[in-house]
Design a protein around this ligand. Structure first.
Ligand code: G3P
Length: 217
């Protein structure tokens, strides 16, 4: 399972990278705005800064919603750096653009996916990644994990190579349950990765070992 961090915060990306388990980064316009990044040149530079920190894939989202606009913006993003994955929304023009990018060797991440049908369309268009938003489904009392399970079944039935990128992860149990269901990738906040480290028996066990080790000296 690949671990991506879902942020545009460079310090948090560095911290996750330092742990040695980071495989990539996902961003979106809201995450960029949260860091106060605005203006085309600043945004492109920020993507480059992220690519300098991590070795893996970095999703950069288009904001155009028409086919020509998505293709123009996505082509420019893809040319920026070899690690850039063009993030495209699950809309009709987006599906057409994903097919265009697939045919032109540009990797994509189909975002804002909330149903198995949408995930099937993204795979048919050749998306590199599909991003089901499980936390946002949970937020409206719908089982987000069930969607991951459905997509896994459908993709396995037909051997689709599109990777399931479980997005809108909120906490460590989302990560663990997605791993059980066979999601290829998870993207979440730093806390969802750091949380995997924690267990009170580890803390108390280490405290006892260190206490007993004092007699060795
Ligand atoms: O980056 C897409 C997705 O992970 C957003 O998550 O927490 O805003 O629902 P969230």
């Amino acid at each position: 399972m690949k671990f991506f961090i879902d942020t545009a915060n460079l310090d948090q990306i560095r911290e996750a990278q330092d742990l040695g388990v980071l495989d990539g980064v996902t961003t979106n316009p809201s995450l960029m705005a949260k860091e106060g990044i605005s203006g085309k040149e600043n945004i492109l530079q920020h993507y480059l800064d992220i690519c300098e920190i991590v070795d893996g894939d970095v999703s950069a989202e288009v904001v155009a919603t028409d086919f020509e606009g998505i293709v123009k913006e996505g082509t420019e993003l893809a040319k920026l750096h070899k690690q850039i994955i063009v993030k495209v929304p699950m809309i009709k023009e987006g599906v057409k653009a994903i097919k265009y990018f697939t045919d032109h060797g540009i990797k994509t991440n189909c975002t804002l996916v909330f149903s198995a049908g949408q995930a099937l369309l993204a795979a048919k268009a050749g998306a590199t990644y599909v991003s089901p938003f499980l936390g946002r489904l949970d937020d409206i009392s719908t089982d987000g994990l069930n969607l991951i399970e459905e997509i896994r079944l459908i993709y396995d039935n037909y051997g689709f190579e599109t990777e399931i990128l479980a997005a809108s992860i909120r906490h460590t149990m989302h990560v663990i349950n997605c791993a059980k269901l066979g999601a290829d990738v998870m993207t979440g906040p730093l806390s969802s990765i750091d949380g995997l480290l924690k267990h009170p028996l580890t803390d108390s066990g280490l405290a006892k070992f260190l206490e007993d080790a004092k007699s060795f000296i």
